[in-house]
Design a protein around this ligand. Structure first.
Ligand code: NCD
Length: 358
């Protein structure tokens, strides 16, 4: 493992624009810190997807599970989640367990020394004294980056995975979303040429921001952004799509967008971000996937959602074969296991084991 961020000052790193940050962290396709979606290119997305599939298939056999558990029994992961989480937290726990790692956790800073006034810097440095990997979620945008830089410049550098930071980034969610799209379109070529419809709170949803960027890696992808005006996608993403020459449209008519979509990516209102609760008053009834909308959907399209959901997808949509959000959730466990295995240099061993079984 080559430690990263030890050769650059914080100010110089912070000043890089996102694409440059991504290239800096990409490290020739060998992960160390995982901080921004921009660090993954198409080749790497395909390699990680293949690795996730190998892990998924290997784990179907008892002997395979034993093999996977033998990979990282001497590594410990710290799950530091100071913002609520169910799926991301549990899928990281499961991913670590699949690879035989031990886990520690802080989920509520009221039970850690942060309650006594310890800084996040000191907390993370403390974790690095006991653990070999830190997976962290925080409501503070850019905090994972700052912590990664800080640790890289101590005598116990350990990799950091960003499990969601502020409104800005959720790179591992974007990886599981791309993996779900790869699997969904397997029999129809690839993600190339597909239309992805993003719906809901596009202004504050970090999953949409990270996924929209990853999708620019594919050819002829079209993105439609469907939301009430107040929750529409930001100019930063639109600017990125314009400069990358990606076809896109900002719309408000959901019924018009549904028949065009190969994937409909639903999201909830992120009202935890506005203290006054103003956004709770926005009428989103026109942006909900109710059962009657299934008739508008292409026969081979998929409905996705990072979850948690509220009313934006009715439960009576769940039994339609095009509703893939439960599978999407499980994909998170496989792709996170793939990512951790890659960080600790186990990619080759897994691919070789898989090839020998095939
Ligand atoms: C998302 C998040 O935390 O950004 N959840 C998740 O990780 N699956 C989406 C959300 O909270 O709406």
């Amino acid at each position: 493992m080559t430690v990263q961020l030890s050769d650059i000052t914080w100010d110089a790193f912070r000043a890089l624009e996102l694409g440059e940050k991504g290239r800096y962290l990409a490290n020739d396709g060998r992960e160390y810190h995982v901080l921004v979606a921009q660090q993954f290119n198409r080749k790497r997305l395909e390699e990680l997807g293949a690795l996730a599939t190998h892990i998924r298939r290997i784990s179907k056999q008892e002997a395979g599970m034993t093999f996977l558990r033998s990979l990282l029994p001497n590594q410990r992961a710290m799950l530091y989640f100071s913002q609520p989480s169910s799926r991301t937290f549990l899928s990281f726990c499961s991913a670590c367990e699949i690879l035989g790692m031990n886990i520690g956790e802080v989920r509520d800073t009221a039970t850690s020394s942060e309650f006594k006034g310890e800084t996040q810097e000191d907390s993370v440095r403390t974790f690095s004294s006991y653990f070999d990997l830190i997976v962290m979620r925080s409501q503070i945008g850019g905090l994972a980056e700052r912590m990664a830089w800080l640790l890289s410049n101590t005598e116990r550098p350990v990799p950091i995975i960003n499990a969601g930071s502020g409104k800005d980034q959720h790179p591992t969610q974007a990886l599981l979303d791309v993996y779900t799209l790869q699997r969904s379109f397997e029999k129809r070529g690839s993600i190339d040429g597909k239309t992805i419809v993003f719906v809901g709170d596009l202004a504050r949803g970090r999953t949409v921001r990270s996924l929209a960027w990853l999708l620019t890696n594919y050819r002829d992808v079209k993105m439609l952004f469907v939301a009430p005006t107040e929750l529409q996608i930001g100019e930063d993403i639109l600017g990125l799509l314009r400069s990358a020459g990606v076809k896109h449209e900002v719309m408000s008519d959901f019924d018009k967008a549904i028949p065009m979509g190969d994937a409909i990516y639903m999201t909830r209102i992120q009202d935890e971000w506005d203290a006054a609760g103003e956004s709770r008053k926005i009428d989103i009834s026109r942006y909900c996937f109710t059962r009657d909308k299934l008739a508008l959907l292409k026969p081979d399209a998929v409905i996705m959602h990072p979850f948690p959901r509220r009313q934006e997808i009715s439960v009576d949509v769940d039994d339609d074969p095009r509703a893939v959000y439960w599978r999407q959730m499980r994909n998170g466990m496989w792709i996170r296991a793939a990512l951790i295995a890659a960080i600790f240099g186990k990619e080759k061993a897994i691919n070789e084991y898989f090839a020998a079984q095939a």
